[in-house]
Design a protein around this ligand. Structure first.
Ligand SMILES: NC(=O)CC[C@H](N)C(=O)O
Length: 251
């Protein structure tokens, strides 16, 4: 009998889309495939590119919004008439979405440090169609470029605050409560604005004597300010696949 990492996973088919506009979409794809192998399921995982409204098919189960530049990504989505289809797709029961870095910004309801062409202000002279938008799926206030400019990008240990629910017999990374975080001109969550938000990870900064929220979950939506796809630790991709399986069972 094949080992089953996920309950009742035999012969299932999961489709995951990756928004392929900018960022490490190839790395996300490889990590998803490896995570699925490591979970030792018999789930058939299909990874598909998402660049057009027609790609947002109702039978796609999960979507990753990779990093990049959130204004550019949102303008791409707008110009390709993907804003509403994407919102509708995310809000459909059983669909799971994960935003990394710029993806976290796009998923958040509120953003600080928005650049020109970002969120509309009352007296702005720019035509409205040039404004970027946010999907508003997370009750969070996110600060763009929270840690500084590109040259201030860094790598650091992140403290995981929630069990990532990975079976201990898999090779999906260490089982301790830390993971390696790659922060590239990363955002951070300044504030959570509802009790539905679960903090998944924080970055402890002893020098500043604070701890910054860098990963959150609200229902079937997760967001990480850092880039697990750029490390060998597959726990986040495994967690995402498990969320999909659970959402599929409940849908
Ligand atoms: N690595 C990233 O995705 C960076 C995000 C970028 N700083 C933004 O504001 O959109």
């Amino acid at each position: 009998m094949p080992p089953s990492g996920l309950n009742g996973s035999q012969n299932k088919h999961i489709k995951v889309g990756i928004l392929e506009v900018q960022g490490a979409f190839q790395e996300h794809k490889v990590a998803l495939m490896r995570a699925n192998q490591c979970l030792q399921t018999t789930i058939k995982l299909e990874v598909m590119e998402v660049r057009h409204p027609d790609h947002l098919s109702p039978d796609m189960d999960g979507l990753i919004i990779p990093g990049g530049e959130s204004t550019t990504i949102s303008l791409f989505l707008k110009r390709n008439n993907m804003e509403e289809p994407l919102r509708n797709w995310i809000q459909t029961k059983g669909h799971v979405v994960w935003g990394t870095c710029a993806g976290m910004i796009l998923l958040s309801k509120c953003t600080e440090n928005q650049k020109d062409g970002g969120q509309p202000t009352k007296n702005s002279p720019m035509p409205i169609e040039l404004f970027s938008f946010q999907l508003g799926m997370l009750d969070t206030v996110v600060s763009r470029n929270f840690f500084g400019r590109q040259v201030q990008s860094f790598e650091a240990q992140v403290t995981i605050k929630a069990p990532l629910l990975i079976p201990s017999n898999t090779q999906t990374g260490t089982s301790d409560s830390k993971c390696h975080g790659v922060f590239i001109r990363a955002p951070a969550v300044l504030k959570t604005t509802s009790s539905e938000i679960q903090v998944l990870a924080v970055l402890e900064r002893p020098e500043q004597k604070d701890s910054v929220i860098v990963a959150v979950q609200q229902g079937d939506v997760i967001a990480t300010a850092f880039h697990p796809e750029l490390t060998d630790d597959l726990r986040w991709h495994s967690y995402f696949l498990k969320m999909i399986e659970k959402a599929k069972e409940q849908a």
